[in-house]
Design a protein around this ligand. Structure first.
Ligand code: PLP
Length: 467
């Protein structure tokens, strides 16, 4: 049972009624911040000691509380604390944990069958997800999709597809990029610690170009000029004719929620098109309503050749996809794409429930309203605290960059202190950025406004307490 609550819970899903004394999450959880112990509390501490005995030390944890239920905008831990979730499990639980349509479809699918391997015998839900991806991703051209398990796997497959289509090998990425932790995607990821350190050698034929990072440009530079700077590096150092693809996050995720200057992405797209280079938008963090549009590429009308998705696609189930131009996708020989679990039927059912929720609750509109609320809370903090060098983001993907007294030098220690204060007060926050000095906010898109307002009051108090 949920700690602090003594009642049995009864739920009816797809006509089946279950009475349970075990933990139940979903949107019916009380949407409140409630601290009954220190964070982490004694039960979480006990579980942490067990974790240390059995889980590899390299698997890190941001906030060491063990979760027993989650839903809407809260996580309930083993001690009965109810925490405000400003992280969504890193942009995954956009529809909220245990969202009703996701739960219903998953139960129904699990009862029918759980795995055949799409490469052995196909099934409808895989094709249904591909059909939805064609509808929702930018552009109304003919598209195909391949379904995978994780974001990194989707990025790897996008590169394979681009290489098969172009007959070229080189891959272009940008500074501060994050694309995953597999061997190829580590090579594509910019930051050494903790993602790459001691894990080399890395895959070859990956080339890095300068990104548009408005807050850290030595002098103001337009998006088009920043794109031309990147193009110049790639043309001089690689040669456009050797490039299979350019892979880029329309808004950098782990790299610091950097929104490139307007015109940067459209200019890069124009150049890739003119040079037969496949433009891959990595929308793994930005996709599925997060930025106040279905995809972040939509904001500037950029139509990528390929789009990689994962995270928010399936309400917490492991699913990822590469979606794009039919001629590019179909360039791969039969049998060249796939994997045992890619497009698992239960994960596909979860994706259909998740997309249904996004449409039914207009989570695009909701992400925009969250953007207004969070943006104004963060600007209020910035007015009071010069340590906030920059407030940026789109929709429900917002961040502040923390700097020292000179207004420029990254201050990761302060970012860590602010975050630690939030954790101690029952608010789940994350940091990111090449310099580790960015506080990022990714609330579930279904979190009630009053709860978010309270969450950002705690963030403001954290700046006061650490000044
Ligand atoms: C933009 C981007 N690409 C790729 C990945 C890798 O996804 P996964 O962790 O599912 O492999 C991430 C994960 O944070 C991401 O944000």
């Amino acid at each position: 049972m949920i700690r602090g609550s003594a009642t049995l819970q009864t739920v009816t899903l797809s006509g089946v009624t279950t009475t349970s004394s075990t933990v139940l999450g979903g949107p019916s959880l009380p949407q409140e911040r409630r601290l009954v112990t220190a964070v982490p509390g004694p039960r979480s501490l006990e579980k942490l000691a067990r974790r240390a005995r059995h889980v590899a030390a390299g698997v890190g944890t941001t906030l060491p509380v063990f979760v027993e239920a989650a839903g809407g905008g809260v996580l309930v831990d083993a001690d009965g604390n109810s925490l405000i979730d400003l992280a969504s499990g890193i942009a995954v639980a956009s529809v909220g944990n245990s969202a009703p349509h996701v739960v219903e479809r998953v139960i129904e699918q699990t009862r029918a069958f759980t795995h055949t391997c799409f490469m052995v015998t196909p099934y409808d839900v895989y094709v249904d997800v591909c059909e939805k991806l064609a509808e929702l991703t930018p552009g109304d051209h003919e598209k195909r999709s391949a379904l995978l398990n994780s974001g990194a796997e989707a990025v790897e497959n996008a590169v394979k597809i681009a290489r098969a289509f172009t007959g070229r090998t080189a891959v272009a990425v940008v500074d501060h990029a994050y694309h995953g932790r597999t061997n190829l995607t580590m090579a594509m990821t910019a930051k050494n610690m903790p993602y790459k350190h001691s894990f080399g050698p890395f895959a070859g034929e990956v080339y890095r170009a300068p990104m548009s990072y408005p807050f850290r440009e030595p002098t103001e530079i337009s998006g088009i000029a920043a794109a031309d700077r990147a193009i110049d590096v790639l043309e001089k150092q690689v040669g456009a004719g050797n490039l299979a693809c350019l892979v880029i996050e329309p808004i950098l995720g782990e790299g610091g929620f950097v929104v490139p200057a307007p015109g940067f992405l459209p200019r890069l797209k124009e150049w890739t098109e003119a040079n037969g280079i496949v433009f891959v938008a990595d929308e793994i963090q930005t996709g599925f309503c997060r930025t106040g549009d279905w995809f972040a590429s939509d904001h500037e009308g950029v139509v990528p050749d390929l789009v990689t998705t994962a995270k928010g696609i399936a309400g917490g189930f492991p699913l990822a996809a590469v979606t794009g131009r039919a001629d590019v996708m179909d360039a791969v020989h039969v049998g060249g794409l796939g994997g045992t679990y890619g497009g698992n039927p239960v994960a596909c059912a979860a994706a259909l429930g998740s997309i249904e929720t996004m449409r039914e609750l207009d989570l695009v509109g909701r992400a925009r309203r969250i953007g207004d609320l969070v943006g104004s809370a963060l600007r209020g903090i910035a007015e009071k605290h010069p340590a906030v060098g920059d407030v940026r983001g789109r929709g429900a993907m917002q961040a502040v960059e923390i700097v020292g007294a000179d207004g420029h030098t990254p201050d990761p220690a302060r970012a860590g202190a602010v975050s630690a204060y939030c954790h101690s007060q029952g608010v789940v926050t994350l940091t990111c950025g090449t310099y580790g000095n960015v506080l990022r906010f990714l609330p579930p898109l279904v979190a009630p406004e009053a709860l978010l307002t309270e969450g950002f009051e705690v963030v403001a108090a954290a700046f006061d307490a650490t000044a």
